[in-house]
Design a protein around this ligand. Structure first.
Ligand code: UFG
Length: 321
């Protein structure tokens, strides 16, 4: 298929773009490089380094079989401080994309949604029919886009799949996580291990969990990318399907730090800090629907293995620097 990958110079987008190229698809990456990196675009993919808002019509006029829409503002904390940036950058831009797809007859869409659409869950593991009550602007904007996609599928026959990611981690060779301002737990802990940060702050140890720290479902970025390939192949005209993507079991902040200590051999000093606003205590996915309907099964579920891949990536970057 000829595919447009928005945000294909970012972390998840670049891994997916690489897997798409490897499996024989023709890939065009559209990324304004505001948070992505040109050298993360895989060989064999064409990069259009422009803003979606400026060029999406003419780009889609070339003719594409589908769009994988990763480009987004995706920091929970920032979304609480600067909501306009999120409503504009996520919702308004996605509506432009949807409309351009309708205008140019682009038949398929795979959208990066998020566990943050659910907010504080009543039950874990979280199933797709759980209530959606986002606790932050980031989750609210992604949920709004999900609703818009449903409308486009119903009214205009779009074949759409939203994938609700839980906590993506790990790396795929030279494709990994490198944000200018890092907020995610595993890369932060690995910065401590590699000596670029002194210690890690654990945001709260008084949550109703076994050790008092928040529990998350960490999914390997390669497993996540493989789900996108399956979603693309299974997308059906006029339907908008939603799938949670996680491993189905949770690790606490303390357990993650411990796994990083074991993998890196570094003591990783950690101290308890106040809670971070908008953090639910436990987010663990039921990915049963993705398993049964897409035939997807995560293969890289071991936390130490996920951390090891991220650590190898971190080390390779620090050698290049
Ligand atoms: N944490 C710390 N110290 C840090 C960084 C994080 O204790 O320095 C804690 C957080 O409070 C949280 C856990 O580690 O409890 C994981 O935090 P991340 O920032 O790594 O990830 P989040 O769970 O906040 O968010 C991620 C994605 C969101 C997505 C969410 C869904 O960034 O886009 O997973 O589970 F919505």
């Amino acid at each position: 298929m000829k595919l447009l990958v928005t945000g294909g110079a970012g972390y998840v987008g670049s891994v997916c773009a690489a897997r798409l190229v490897e499996t024989g698809h023709e890939v065009v990456v559209l990324d304004d490089l505001s948070t992505g990196h040109a050298d993360a675009v895989p060989e064999g993919a064409r990069l259009i380094a422009e803003d979606i808002d400026d060029v999406i019509g003419p780009v889609l006029a070339e003719g594409f079989d589908g769009v994988l829409h990763f480009a987004a503002k995706s920091l929970v904390g920032e979304s609480q401080q600067a909501p306009a940036k999120y409503w504009q950058g996520n919702v308004v831009t996605s509506l432009r994309l949807l409309d351009a797809m309708r205008e140019h007859g682009t038949p398929r869409l795979v959208f990066s949604s998020t566990a943050a659409t659910y907010g504080e869950p009543d039950q874990v593991p979280i199933v797709e029919t759980a209530p959606t009550r986002p606790t932050n602007t980031y989750g609210a904007t992604k949920l709004a886009i999900d609703h818009a996609i449903t409308g486009y599928a119903t009214a205009h026959g779009l074949a759409a799949v939203s994938l609700r990611y839980f906590n993506v981690a790990g790396a795929y060779g030279r494709y990994g996580e490198r944000h200018a301002v890092e907020t995610h737990l595993i890369p932060i802990v690995l910065q401590v291990a590699s000596g670029t940060r002194e210690k890690v702050a654990m945001y709260g140890d008084d949550y109703p969990t076994d050790d008092g720290t928040c529990v998350r479902d960490y999914i390997h970025v390669v497993d996540l990318a493989d789900a996108h390939l399956k979603a693309l192949a299974n997308a059906t005209g006029g339907e908008h399907r939603i799938y949670n993507l996680g491993n189905g079991f949770g690790f606490s902040v303390k357990q993650v730090i411990e796994a990083c200590r074991e993998v890196t051999g570094h003591p990783v000093p950690a101290e308890v800090s106040p809670r971070r606003s908008g953090d639910p205590a436990v987010l663990v996915a039921s990915a049963e629907r993705a398993r049964t309907e897409l035939g997807w099964k995560p293969e890289r579920v071991d936390l130490a293995g996920i951390v090891r891949d991220a650590w190898e990536f971190t080390q390779s970057r620090s050698q290049e620097a």
